[in-house]
Structure formats: structure tokens, C-alpha cells
Design a protein around this ligand. Structure first.
Ligand code: FAD
Length: 330
């Protein structure tokens, strides 16, 4: 008998990664449909202290494994720990963030426990009849959405990219069970030597956190025009983002790309400036609260998802918008 929905919550340097909290959010919906519990799994060295946060965000139980071997992520010891938990507890479903760590760990675990894995899901739900997990993700270059099931093997496993699912608000009054799970690590479980951990010196931008995004597409015409979009984004207290076309052209960094192969965003306001609205772009932004599209082509698909569409030249419209917003801000 398989039980419960497990969420592998990543922590890096003792900081819980947001995607783990988002996954607990969707797991609570799945758990309600299956009448099962949400269990968060924490792996690391000295991570017990993070359990409360996970309970406050919806986990009913936290299982943690603490060991110096799990201090910095390494494939083999993490796989061993998770494999041991899955074998002992027999969960129904296991969810992972589609982060660098999740993308390394989840396939290893799926091979070890001999089950399937659906990567980069954009939707997860329970089939009311079969009670199986329906895992939906873009396929064939984003041209179709494929719903995948894993009916012959358990647990059913999926990865989900950061920003796709919604976290539950923190409720400090929530309580839950915290269980330590012991794994006997042997020296040979660490099959690599970590000589040094070098941290990126780049100031990281996280476009998924911003409430306002001003996004430029090929229609802005030049890399320099991002400076104008930044002026508007600054006035609105937001960040500049981009379609893939401009990222590929080297006009802006990849960390700013919105879409299927970029980030999934859900801001309060998304301004699409000179973006056509290809399906791969829409996949990353169509759930934004309010979308304004500026495009000179009346038939641009972006207008299909826009709450407000402005047909015209971005180079004429954006300066007018900046002027108005400045006047309001003053
Ligand atoms: P275009 O499609 O060239 O559109 C430019 C738009 O600007 C046009 O609609 C035009 O009317 C308008 N325009 C031109 N001049 C002006 C002006 N002066 N004023 C106003 N409007 C103007 N794309 C992404 O964005 N994100 C992804 O993550 C992504 N992943 C992909 C993954 C795969 C597997 C594939 C195959 C493609 C992916 N793409 C992605 C690419 C995607 O298919 C499109 O090619 C891309 O989104 C187009 O970018 P764009 O809208 O900026 O450019």
C-alpha cells in the first residue's frame, strides 16, 4: 500500500529553496483529493531547524536526514538517503523542484527505485476515477501539452520548475510531526571529492519574485532599448525581462528570459513590449495577474492573453507611459 505525497525540499546553505514551498502548496491539493498527507523531506547537515517553516507552509510531517556527508549536494549520498526513505515509507507520489539539484537527483532516484519520472510539469492533478497522478508538461517544442501517467510503478514522480505552482501563505499556528530518519553512510558513499565550492559573484536577479515585469521582445529593435524599459521598470518598482529572441541575440542575460526554456513568472503586472506571443513565451507568463501588450501587429497572438492591448510602435508608446508614471510618482 502506497501512502502520502512526499515533497523533496531543497536547502542550500541552510536556506529553504522557494520551489520546495511551492511544491508543498500543490501537494496539499493532491493530498486532499487522495485523502493522504503531505510529507516534506529535508536532506542536509543540521537541517532540523528548517522543519517548522515547512509545516507552517502546509506540510503535515517533515522527515529529515542529517549527516555531514549531505552538507554540500553530491549525487550519490543524496540518492542513497532518498532511496532509503522511499523504500522504507513507500510514498504514493514524490515531487522535486526542476532545479539543477532536482534535475540531477530525481532521475537517479527514479532509476534506483525503478519507477518513472515526468520532468518540468506545468500542471499536476489527480484523476478522479483512477486516482492516478496526471502529470502535464509541454511536448514537441511546446506545440502540445502532454499528460503523462505512471500506472505500473510507484512512486509516481515529477519535477516542477520554480514559479509554476503557488505556495500557501505561512500560518505560524500550524503544527506537525517531525521525524529523523537515520541513514548509515559509509565513506564509499561519497564517490567524489569536493575540493572547493565557488560561489557566483554575479548579483543574482530573481525575476520570479518581482511583482512588476517590463518585458522586451525583438520588436524593441536594439539591446540599448532595454535601458528605456529599465527606466519604466524602475518607476514601477519592477524588473526588466525578455523573450528568448533577445536573449539568443545576446542583448540581455538568460536569467531574464521568460518562457518554456526560461522562467515561469506570475507577477501582478506583465508588460509585453514588442513580443509576438509565441506559445513558448506564453507558457511562462500567461498566468500573470494583469497583462499589458504593446505590439504594432493587431493580429499578434500576445493580444489573445492580454488584459489591455495597445496597437502601436513601442518606441512611441513607452516614452509616453514613462512620462505618465513619472507624473503619478511625483
Ligand atoms: P518575434 O516573434 O520576432 O516578435 C516580435 C514582435 O514585435 C512581432 O509581433 C512584431 O509585430 C512586434 N514589433 C516589431 N516592431 C515593433 C515595434 N516597433 N513596436 C511594437 N511592436 C513591434 N521564446 C521565449 O520567449 N521564451 C522561451 O522560453 C522560449 N523557449 C522556446 C523553446 C523552444 C523549444 C522553441 C522551439 C522556441 C522557444 N522560444 C521561446 C522561441 C519562441 O518560439 C519565439 O521565437 C520567441 O518567443 C519570439 O520572440 P519575440 O516575440 O521577441 O520575437
Amino acid at each position: 500500500m502506497n501512502r502520502d505525497i512526499y515533497v523533496v525540499v531543497e536547502q542550500v546553505d541552510g536556506v529553504v529553496q522557494k520551489v520546495g514551498i511551492e511544491l508543498i502548496g500543490i501537494a496539499t491539493k493532491l493530498a486532499a483529493d487522495l485523502e493522504q498527507k503531505v510529507v516534506a523531506v529535508l536532506l542536509g547537515d543540521k537541517v532540523k531547524g528548517l522543519a517548522d517553516t515547512l509545516i507552517q507552509h502546509g506540510a503535515e510531517k517533515v522527515i529529515y536526514v542529517e549527516d555531514p556527508m549531505l552538507g554540500v549536494y553530491a549525487t550519490e549520498p543524496y540518492t542513497k538517503a532518498l532511496n532509503a526513505i522511499i523504500e522504507a515509507k513507500n510514498p504514493e507520489i514524490v515531487l522535486y523542484g526542476a532545479t539543477s539539484i532536482g534535475r540531477d537527483l530525481a532521475p537517479r532516484v527514479s532509476a534506483r527505485v525503478h519507477t518513472g519520472l515526468t520532468a518540468d510539469c506545468t500542471k499536476l492533478e489527480i484523476d478522479p476515477e483512477t486516482k492516478l497522478l496526471l502529470m502535464t508538461r509541454p511536448a514537441f517544442g511546446g506545440n502540445i501539452m502532454a499528460t503523462i501517467i505512471c500506472k505500473e510503478h510507484k512512486p509516481q514522480m515529477a519535477t516542477v520548475r520554480p514559479g509554476v505552482m503557488q505556495a500557501l501563505p505561512k500560518d505560524s499556528s500550524r503544527t506537525g510531526e517531525v521525524e529523523e530518519f537515520k541513514v548509515d553512510f559509509a565513506p564509499e558513499d561519497m564517490n567524489i571529492t569536493i575540493r572547493e565550492v565557488v560561489k557566483s559573484t554575479h548579483a543574482k536577479v530573481d525575476i520570479t519574485e518581482s511583482k512588476v515585469l517590463v518585458s522586451g521582445g525583438r520588436g524593441i529593435g536594439s539591446a540599448e532599448y532595454f535601458d528605456v524599459l529599465k527606466e519604466l521598470a524602475d518607476e514601477l518598482g519592477g524588473l526588466v525581462t525578455s523573450s528568448r529572441a533577445n536573449v539568443d541575440a545576446g542583448w540581455i542575460g538568460r536569467e531574464r528570459q521568460v518562457g518554456q526554456t526560461g522562467k515561469t513568472v506570475r507577477p501582478d503586472l506583465y508588460m509585453a513590449c514588442g513580443i509576438s506571443g509565441a506559445i513558448q513565451h506564453l507558457a511562462g507568463m500567461e498566468d500573470s495577474e494583469f497583462i499589458i501588450a504593446i505590439n504594432k501587429d493587431t493580429h499578434a497572438p500576445i493580444f489573445g492573453v492580454a488584459d489591455l492591448g495597445i496597437v502601436g510602435d513601442v518606441h512611441k508608446i513607452i516614452p509616453l507611459v514613462i512620462e505618465k508614471v513619472k507624473a503619478i510618482n511625483e
